[in-house]
Design a protein around this ligand. Structure first.
Ligand SMILES: Nc1ncnc2c1ncn2[C@@H]1O[C@H](COP(=O)(O)OP(=O)(O)OP(=O)(O)O)[C@@H](O)[C@H]1O
Ligand SMILES: [Mg+2]
Length: 510
């Protein structure tokens, strides 16, 4: 046995477990590759304070082989970072920063490159230019999966017509489909959740599809926050203490966590019966256990919420209107809340009377996390559970048991957080924390109430119309009867009929 023991590199692990990162079939692989690159481009542009212009091109190379090209006008990547970003799994700038961003794990783009390399043997091709004054650099690199390190095969200065930004090209084995869960679908949804994005998409048929920008305002820049004590687990607390530069526990608690001032720190330490002088580096397991318990017993203010950047009600509606035609829209952006010390917020939009849908259809549900559309694992997601768990009938919308509501309805739910609790590394389903389920449900109910008013008004309007039609059918008879009884002329009878009809028409309440 001993001779068989050996280390497994991160890349080797994900090569064998590619389903974890949603590369387990050719059409998912294509979508995931584009998604990873586009997510990164959006993150980079926003971080650089640049309104994103993104170009996506998918080219067919052979029946089962495609090239994906994604180019942004972002801040580019400095030379020293390129190899690690694209050639090493678990390398990134977002994992340790507690603020809302699309990426969080540092796996995305390198995994896409690795999949391409595995299926086609081709390297990842990168152009990057950090600014108009800087030179553009072109790289080709592969991932050495044994070492989880990059092998650079080309690194040269090139002429590049774009002022600043990054372009990634990956060739991969894939299949291209249209319809639900297609790339086209994903890009359209991305445009909805990012009204500030100008997106151009060249599909494999060579058609250029344009999603114009509908808002010239960049999303509010989320600020990184320190972790909140309520979210910390024993092991993490120990590790933080051992790495801390603070000289005593009082200093450790106040400097490493958000919302812990001198008084709160004192209270925690008192409850844990730990002397404030204890050196964090020496904190042992038992003491950490006491600390964790003391934290749960101490009232600590909720974490700051400026680490979040909601889409906003108006922007969400504008985004949705870009691609959905409907009679009625309702949107709500809920106030931030907290799960396990992590701030999060929920936004919901409904569109009713949607063009191309009818009463027998099931509602279409669009799920988003940190502005990224979620395409797979719908059933396992807290968003789906909350939508299914809402009593839609109360609002005049049909619903069978344990099913999505029915009718010409589009439901959009966005969960934003400094750390979205995904059910797996594939970032496709939000985990069912009770606080999150509750907030989604409240958001849906708020929108559904507005929809209910609209639908009821519609029902009442239809009832009234029926009565009006019924009365209308008697008006000629009334005219005739009046002519006979009162001996009116034909012209007078016509006038009476016209007046009655007009009065009836004008009496519309709805
Ligand atoms: N287009 C880009 N422009 C600028 N920087 C980028 C770009 N793409 C990637 N990066 C940098 O490379 C890092 C690694 O990207 P990668 O997609 O592998 O991980 P991530 O986005 O941090 O997390 P996730 O695995 O959740 O996607 C990012 O954190 C970012 O700093
Ligand atoms: Mg990423």
């Amino acid at each position: 046995m001993a001779s068989k023991q050996r280390e497994i590199s991160t890349s080797e692990f994900f090569t064998k477990s590619r389903h974890l990162l949603v590369f387990d079939n050719p059409s998912k692989a294509l979508l995931t590759t584009i998604k990873e690159a586009v997510d990164n481009s959006l993150d980079a542009c926003e971080e650089g304070g640049i309104l994103p212009d993104i170009y996506v091109e998918v080219t067919t190379l052979a029946e089962d082989r495609y090239r994906v090209l994604v180019r942004d006008n972002g801040p580019g990547i400095v030379r020293a970072q390129v190899p690690k970003i694209f050639g090493k799994l678990l390398y990134g700038s977002k994992f340790h920063a507690l603020k809302q961003s699309r990426g969080q794990q540092g796996i995305g783009i390198s995994a896409a490159g690795m999949y391409g390399q595995l299926t086609t043997g081709r390297p990842v091709m990168i152009h990057s230019r950090p600014g108009t004054k800087a030179q553009a650099q072109y790289y080709e690199l592969k991932i050495n999966t044994k070492k989880n390190e990059p092998d650079i095969t080309k690194d040269q200065v090139v002429e590049w017509e774009f002022g600043h930004g990054t372009q990634v090209e990956i060739e991969l084995e894939a299949s291209y489909k249209r319809g639900r869960r297609s790339i086209d679908d994903y890009l359209e949804l991305t445009a909805i959740a990012n009204p500030h994005l100008e997106l151009t998409y060249m599909n494999p048929a060579g058609d250029e599809i344009q999603y114009p920008r509908v808002s010239d305002e960049l999303p509010v820049e989320p600020k990184a926050i320190r972790p909140h004590p309520y979210g910390v687990e024993l092991g993490a607390l120990l590790a933080m203490a051992h790495e801390s530069k603070a000289r005593n526990m009082q200093g450790f608690l106040t400097s490493e966590f958000s919302r812990v001032g001198a008084k709160v720190a004192e209270e925690i330490l008192e409850k844990a019966m730990l002397p404030a002088k204890t050196k964090p580096k020496r904190l042992n397991r038992d003491e950490a256990e006491l600390l964790v318990r003391a934290i749960t017993q101490t009232k600590i203010m909720n974490p700051p919420t400026n680490c979040l950047s909601p889409i906003g009600e108006e922007e969400l509606e504008a985004g949705l209107r870009k691609v959905v035609e409907a009679q009625f829209f309702a949107t709500v952006s809920r106030r931030p809340s907290v799960y396990r010390g992590n701030p999060f917020l929920v936004e919901v939009a409904l569109a009713w009377g949607v063009d191309g849908m009818n009463n027998d259809d099931l509602a279409v549900l669009h799920r988003f996390a940190n502005r990224v559309p979620l395409q797979y694992q719908q059933g396992a997601c807290a968003i789906t559970k909350s939508v299914v768990g809402t009593s839609w009938k109360k609002y005049g919308v049909n619903q069978s048991r344990s099913a999505l509501p029915g009718g010409p309805l589009v439901v959009l739910v966005h969960v934003a957080s400094s750390w979205v609790p995904f059910t797996s590394e594939s970032k496709e389903a939000v985990a069912s924390y009770p606080e999150i389920l509750k907030e989604i449900k409240l958001g849906i109910m708020e929108c559904a109430r507005q929809l209910g008013v609209h639908i009821r008004r519609g029902v009442r309007a239809r009832d009234e119309e029926k009565k009006r039609d019924y009365i209308k059918s008697y008006i000629p008879a009334i005219g005739e009867a009046l002519r006979e009884i009162l001996g009116l002329s034909e012209a007078k009878e016509k006038k009476v009929v016209a007046t009655l009809t007009d009065t009836l028409e004008r009496s519309r309440k709805y």
